[in-house]
Design a binder for this molecule. Structure first.
Ligand code: SF4
Ligand code: SF4
Length: 327
């Protein structure tokens, strides 16, 4: 479960999905009720879970540490990670977070200093470096998330260089999904840029492996398997992935914002079992134009949220899946 515990954020990034001017923040009792629903869902399904705690900026929520206290009681039931912009992580904060034993902390970076600070705000690049140093000092596994757009897709090597310098454990990247403003569509990479970006990722990954670097680049997202010969990525939205928005809305994935109910008045387990949208996502959603592809049983059309954002239905193969990938 990805859980957006509050909408407040201390930054105003260029391509941010949060457009609201009055940030939503549920009361603690309401958040606790959502957590109880998640606990029940895991128990009823008899599975171990994982929570990605995020925002807004999760550290801006007044309930952040109270929720971590709850998570501490449930370590047998689920693990958790924190997705943050990193700018509020001081050495004291990192030490406090480490006492709750997160599986990892993910910090966002959008390129080299100039590009990152153009997208995320002046001085953010430096703050992220300091945050990572603090997190590493307290033994926390750190992942960097890089969202690739038309603007920054060539800057992946700069992100890797930064990651190595700060002893980051893992670098993760995926393509940008336009969810807000209509002009955001202009930030999507075209098929040639997508192919070049994925090849760049693989080249950087290979270099790190050759040098036996402790920093790794994970390439398990949509279409990335084509370069690693690993198992294809499969969209998990509505299946092993659910997302709870700041107002309690339940959606299959943050990047596929189809509201299936609201957890302030409906029950997570009931929605999971009975929502027509979630049921449809758990069925075979392989698009017609993927039929016959050797990867169709796993990949099933690639980055479904990008398809949904562009066409408002799922019956199209990943727009990045073109011959350019194989050239
Ligand atoms: S493909 Fe998109 S919608 Fe599906 S799980 Fe991945 S990010 Fe979410
Ligand atoms: S054709 Fe469809 S199933 Fe095959 S790799 Fe491309 S997106 Fe995936």
């Amino acid at each position: 479960m990805q859980w957006h515990i509050g909408e407040a954020c201390n930054l105003k990034c260029l391509h941010c999905y949060q457009e609201s001017h009055t940030p939503i923040q549920l009361e603690y009792d309401q958040l606790l009720s959502i957590l109880n629903q998640y606990r029940q869902l895991l128990k009823k399904l008899d599975v171990k879970g994982h929570i990605n705690l995020t925002g807004g900026e999760p550290l801006c929520s007044p309930h952040f540490y109270k929720l971590l206290e709850e998570f501490k009681k449930d370590s047998d039931l689920y693990s958790f990670s924190i997705l943050t912009n990193g700018t509020l992580i001081t050495p004291e904060v990192a030490e406090k977070i480490s006492s709750y034993n997160p599986e990892y902390v993910q910090v966002s970076l959008e390129g080299g200093k100039r590009t990152n600070d153009y997208i995320r705000g002046k001085g953010v690049y430096k703050k992220v470096g300091k945050a990572i140093d603090s997190l590493k000092k307290f033994g926390i596994f750190v992942s960097i998330s890089f969202t690739a757009t038309k603007i920054n897709c060539k800057e992946f090597p700069k992100v890797v260089k930064f990651a190595k310098k700060h002893k980051v454990d893992n670098v993760w990247s995926d393509r940008f999904i336009p969810l807000g403003d209509e002009k955001d569509v202009e930030l999507i990479m075209d098929s040639k840029e997508t192919a070049a970006y994925l090849k760049l990722m693989q080249a950087e990954r290979f270099k790190l492996m050759q040098k036996h670097s402790k920093t790794r680049i994970s390439m398990y997202r949509a279409l990335q398997f084509i370069f690693t010969n690993d198992y294809p990525y499969q969209c998990t939205a509505g299946d092993s992935l659910l997302t709870v928005m700041e107002n309690g809305d339940l959606v299959p994935c943050r990047r596929m914002p189809i509201v299936v109910g609201n957890l302030l008045s409906e029950d997570m387990y009931e929605l999971y079992m009975n929502s027509p949208t979630l049921k449809m996502l758990r069925e075979d959603t392989t698009p017609e134009d993927c039929k016959g592809c050797e990867h169709e049983t796993f990949c099933k059309g690639g980055l479904k949220c990008l398809t949904y954002a562009l066409y408002k239905d799922l019956n199209h193969k990943d727009v990045g899946c073109t011959d350019a990938l194989y050239e």
